[in-house]
Design a protein around this ligand. Structure first.
Ligand code: SAM
Length: 241
């Protein structure tokens, strides 16, 4: 999988790629990331990339020719993604779809964002949530992280993303590790039992309980067995506990 990140601050991106699983995946050639400075597409000797907004108002707007020439430099690509708080909200489902592609271009803004005409040159506008960041670099890295971990071989055990939150339409079940008793808090007995069938059932039920409590709207899309529907009805009756 290849990524091209177009940014005014390449130095913010590099350190993120230099440790942990991303660094290993890059070293093994499973991922390839190009980082390109948008200033390289400025036209004057001051490397100006922004200008004041038509119609007045505070802040600066990134010039369309800078962004569009950067996109053209990065092509060919399967998707050109503009990061913006005004985009479609990025979800695990989108991450799964994007992880099937072979080259994603991620365009990170700053200041008041890009001239609106830039949107005509991208395939998607994505937001990572309903809040405003100072720039699109963290958002681009969120998209990179969420998609790269779905690329075969990038994380150690493929089962781990099949069990993740959202993957089955539910939040993940709670996880525990040693010691069995921590500050008076025990690990649920069933997890120590070695009974894999019971453990599976417990985990599925705990995922349902957590989802009902924290993100009930997700349940409308989840694929549930008859037993799970009955369990949810039971939880609802008992006030989730
Ligand atoms: N005035 C813009 C608005 O309200 O839509 C905000 C611009 S923001 C200060 C600068 C850049 O940060 C944006 O161009 C975008 O690339 C990035 N950004 C900020 N919040 C974001 C979010 N929630 N998701 C994706 N990108 C975001």
């Amino acid at each position: 999988m290849r990524y091209t990140i177009l940014t005014l601050f390449p130095g913010l991106i590099r350190p993120w790629l230099s440790e942990s699983l991303l660094e290993k995946a890059l070293a093994r050639g499973l991922l390839e990331v190009r980082i390109k400075d948008l200033r390289d597409f400025a036209k004057d000797r001051h490397r100006t990339v922004d200008d004041t907004p038509y119609g007045g108002g505070p802040g600066m707007v990134i010039k369309p020719e800078v962004a569009v020439e950067a996109i053209e430099w990065a092509l060919p690509a399967d998707e050109v993604i503009l990061l913006s708080p005004a985009g479609e909200v990025f979800t695990q489902e989108t991450a799964r779809a994007l992880a099937q592609k072979s080259h994603l271009v991620l365009l990170a803004g700053r200041y008041e964002g890009f001239d609106a005409r830039v949107e005509r040159f991208v395939t998607r506008v994505l937001s990572i949530g309903d809040y405003v960041l100072m720039g699109g670099e963290a958002a681009a890295l969120v998209v990179l992280e969420a998609t790269a971990r779905l690329v075969p071989g990038v994380i150690g055990d493929e089962r781990s993303h099949q069990e993740d939150s959202f993957s089955r339409g539910l939040l993940d079940f709670p996880q525990y590790t040693r010691p069995p008793l921590f500050r008076g808090l025990p690990v649920p007995e069933v997890l120590l039992s070695g009974d894999h069938k019971e453990i599976e059932r417990f985990r599925r039920r705990e995922a349902l309980r957590k989802t009902l409590l924290l993100r009930p709207e997700l349940l409308a899309q989840a694929r549930l067995s008859r037993e799970e529907v009955a369990f949810l009805a039971e939880l609802d009756r008992d006030g989730y506990t």
